[in-house]
Ligand binder design. Structure first.
Ligand code: NAD
Ligand code: INS
Length: 336
């Protein structure tokens, strides 16, 4: 592999544009060599931050032109599959934004295509695994210092969501993160999912019945509750409290500028995932670039993405009630 990894960004919207800037300014050993974006205005805005990058409207054309060594997919989740398949066929290393795909059937098609190659080529962009506090919490669980982990209480609060965001996306676009990160923290897969509906937020768009409370049971008995809230208006917060036999640990608490003024003490809190997880996105991409050069991945695989898709399927069914079981098939040796 050459010293400079040539990355093609597919989908130059909010995240794709952010990743272009990140790779150009903060990631070493790589550059953005191609931008694949059907929307001309967005494509041009992203290209302005990627000196020397070539512009395309289809991934197939960028591959044909030999314009990239690796692909970063940042199209909306429902449009990951049509980019993943040609990229896999070309044998390219891939960092695919979450979710791998929104449902297990399409994720299985991706696994099938990937297994035609000599080794896993896909890393899924579950960036919370690269957040320093999440990593510390995982190390604490593994160390056993506070005894066994019993419960996880999670809050996932967004100020708002775009008009394209539907009810099922509460699960497939948002709770999808907890379906990845909680099993990773606790060392155990999702066994069942239940959704309860508290009083509706009158500020939520009419099409959404939220917030929701999601109860996730892991195979080792750890119970996880997730407050999923997407119309709070006043900020962005992802925070977790882990309850152990001999103590409690908290991550994601406000850590910004503190002010004491006029009798009030205040701490700045994030307004968007772009700042809350900026360091995690940087670390995720830097480590992926280094892994690609070693011919491997360094993060969640397509198999992890498939397991999350199974949990999401149960979660979407649970939006209509009941406790929905998640049955995970045996992992193929390819993903050992
Ligand atoms: N990890 C995170 O915290 C995080 C945060 C936000 C979004 N995301 C994920 O990033 C992805 C993109 O989300 P976004 O908010 O940037 O979406 P967006 O709508 O802002 O941008 C998506 C872009 O993809 C383009 N596009 C669609 N189909 C395409 C195709 N076939 N080829 C090339 N371009 C295509 C669209 O024109 C658009 O510009 C999604 O998978 C989303 O779940 C992850
Ligand atoms: O696509 C975004 C992104 O994944 C964020 O990390 C999450 O907090 C939002 O809920 C989701 O809509």
């Amino acid at each position: 592999m050459t010293e400079n990894l040539r990355i093609g960004i597919v989908g130059a919207g909010l995240m794709g544009g952010d990743h272009v800037t990140r790779i150009t300014n903060r990631v070493s050993g790589a550059s953005v060599s191609a931008i694949v974006e059907p929307d001309e205005t967005r494509g041009a805005a992203a290209a302005a931050n990627a000196p020397g990058a070539r512009s395309f409207t289809r991934i197939e054309d960028a591959i044909e032109a030999d314009a990239l060594d690796a692909v970063l997919i940042a199209t909306p989740g429902a449009y990951h599959e049509p980019v993943l398949l040609p990229a896999l066929e070309a044998g390219l290393p891939i960092l695919c934004e979450k979710p791998l795909t929104p449902d297990p059937e399409s994720s299985l098609r991706i696994l099938e295509a990937e297994q035609k190659l000599d080794r896993p080529h896909i890393q899924v962009g579950f960036m919370r695994r690269f957040d320093a506090e999440y990593a510390k919490l995982r190390a604490l669980v593994e160390s056993g210092r506070l005894g066994e982990l019993l419960m996880v209480r999670a809050v996932h609060r967004n100020p708002d969501v775009p008009p394209s965001y539907t009810q099922s996306m509460l699960i497939t676009d948002s709770v999808v993160h907890e379906f990845d990160v909680t099993p990773w923290l606790a060392g155990s897969d999702v066994r069942s999912v239940e959704v309860r509906h508290p009083r509706r937020n009158s500020k939520a768009p009419e099409r959404l019945r939220e917030p929701i409370l999601v109860l996730i049971e892991l195979a080792n008995g750890v119970l996880v509750d997730v407050e999923m809230n997407v119309s709070i208006g006043f900020g962005y917060q992802v925070a977790t409290e882990a309850v152990f036999e001999q103590g409690v640990a908290r991550i994601g608490q406000p850590q910004g500028l503190q002010t004491w003024h006029d009798g009030t003490f205040a701490i700045d809190e994030h307004r968007s995932f772009t700042t809350r997880f900026a360091d995690a996105y940087d670390a995720q991409i830097q480590r992926w670039v280094e892994a690609v050069k070693r011919g491997t991945i360094d993060g969640p695989s397509a198999w992890d993405g498939f397991k999350v898709a199974l949990a999401c399927e149960a979660g979407v069914a649970a939006l209509d009630g009941g406790i929905q079981q998640v049955v995970i098939p045996e992992r193929p040796a390819f993903y050992a």
